[in-house]
Design a protein around this ligand. Sequence first.
Ligand code: DLL
Length: 434
Amino acid sequence: MADFWNQKSECMSRDELHHIQSERLAGLVRRIYTNVPYYRDKMHEKGLVPEDIKSVEDLEKLPFTTKQDLRETYPYGLFAAPLEDIVRVHASSGTTGKQVVVGYTQNDIALWAELMARCFTMAGATKNSKIQVSYGYGLFTGGLGAHYGAERIGAMAIPTSSGNTKRQITVMRDFGSNVLCCTPSYALYLAETMEEAGISPDDLQLQAGIFGAEPWTAAMRSEIERRLGLDAFDIYGLSEIMGPGVSMDCIHKNGLHIWEDHFIAEIINPDTGEVLPANSKGELVFTTLTKEGFPLIRYRTRDVSSLNFEKCACGRTMVRMSKPSGRTDDMLIIRGVNVFPSQIESVLLEMGETSPHYMIIVDRMGNLDTIEIMVELTPAMVSDEVKKIEDLENRIRQNIESTLGLAAKITLVEAKSIQRSEGKAKRVIDRRNM
Ligand code: DLL
């Protein structure tokens, strides 16, 4: 069994956890009611005062917070601490509209480092580890979030940030990095660049990868593990709630443990707002219990997941969320059929006959939606083998059709012709709204 960073918290009984959550929730509500006029008004609209919220059971009485609320209060309107106590801000741009600005007090930064320390330890990292942080440093939370966690456990942080891919590999080899932190799509790009340079996983000392910031499938996990020779973990988080380290999977890789002593998770029906029972799929909602700078109540993440409260073999009592399969707002509706890019990724990787790089292009011809999936050939396959290519396209088309229930055009393209990403991959071009 892997070591724990904070066994007392990570393995506390559900009763004790319930008690701590209730106490913290009541405190949080008092704080935001006093310090954030926007929330006070929202509570008044529901006829609520802080005394109405005494335990976790009262959570459902509270209003949701949405991305729209964050836009309306841009940039500092939801901060619950005076600006003089804010020691750092981060921001996420999102796909549309204004960016979201989040602020941290000293205590918030310390908490974040603590939770990232739990994550690193869960992946087997120790003070002897060398942790290469290839998430971007900057307004994005990935780089600095991982960095502080690495230092917190006393490991050696190697702050390469993202980009400059050849240099990343030189650093990885020469400095002897044991843990790699980056997006899964960048991990694949690193693997590809390594292979081109004739470097094999045996030339490196990688043990674990801490990959997240975008959805990725189980098949993609196996592919990365094989090509980089490491144990790949899925880390989840979002700027609004903290950044990376809200949850991560343990060695059993059967759901991501949410640090529930600091965040309460709920799953709701995105259309009605109704709270759904354990193991139902729906939209993930978070309440931050202890954050000071930017606490949020019932924040609708738009991420699709489910919650499993069964005890995990690792000994942690904290609930596990299923691997986020996508965002409600990334879901494509094509001719009335709901499609997540991750479904397409699963089909391609399970077939294993192409490279894992793909791009989805959605368009409209007259009144009909069209979907084209461009898939890259492996370098070993050359596109003049017309017969073979046609045969492969046909088989992919059939598999996609039986998975999605939707006919798609499949176009195989030359190896390395689809743009690689150094951060979050962009895999969909939707031309219907243009
Ligand atoms: O992506 C924080 C992060 C950095 C997480 C590094 C993990 C590693 P944002 O830029 O605000 O923050 O984007 C948050 O990314 O709502 C999800 O839609 C998506 N996301 C994050 N982690 C995962 C994951 C960071 N493991 C948004 N699986 C979230 C699937 C993820 N989606």
